[in-house]
Design a protein around this ligand. Sequence first.
Ligand SMILES: Cc1cc2nc3c(=O)[nH]c(=O)nc-3n(C[C@H](O)[C@H](O)[C@H](O)COP(=O)(O)O)c2cc1C
Length: 192
Amino acid sequence: MNESAPAAAAVRDRRSHSKVTDTAPSRAELRDLIAALASIADHSGLRPWRIIEMRGDARLRLGEGLAAAAGGKREKYLAKATRAPLVLALVVSPRLKHKVPVWEQEAVASGVAHTLGLLLHEAGWGTFWRTGSLTRTPEVHAAHELSPDEYLLGWLYVGGVPERDRKPKPRKPLDPDRYLTELEPSAPAGPQ
Ligand SMILES: Cc1cc2nc3c(=O)[nH]c(=O)nc-3n(C[C@H](O)[C@H](O)[C@H](O)COP(=O)(O)O)c2cc1C
């Protein structure tokens, strides 16, 4: 890691791991990482999010919820829900009728999810953010005991990094000029 710029190093190295091993961060480690999220940019400091930790058989509730929403394939969804030892449900807990609109609150929750994934990566854990067409179904909502206004941004599947994946992932180069544009002081003249 680059000691003088650890955030930049973590961002450059970050990668997802679709397969993880059976080790997972302890609740104490997770609590420390989540405490660090106090600095996430947050209009009016609403903290409109929460994370639901699922381990062991608690993950089966996710699998059952997915199967109920799909109307079958129980074994398939139970297997999906248990492919990592720790599953973190990413929840938007919006304050409705607040001057800060819900889309801004969702942006905060999204920042939390990205940053938590980055912190877990930096701590040496493997993560994979997953969603799917069943994410916002009533059955999955109920399985997480969400309040009526809450909704999911998906799940971070977390576990150990398999030996063979302990290497950087080749990235398609990103041309900054394509993503960083500049507005000129005045609009260009239209067609003459
Ligand atoms: C909101 C969100 C939902 C995602 N859902 C899925 C998913 O359901 N299935 C999937 O294969 N990848 C999903 N991804 C992408 C993966 O998490 C991952 O970013 C992708 O495989 C690229 O790998 P990388 O993160 O190493 O670049 C999702 C990403 C985001 C941000």
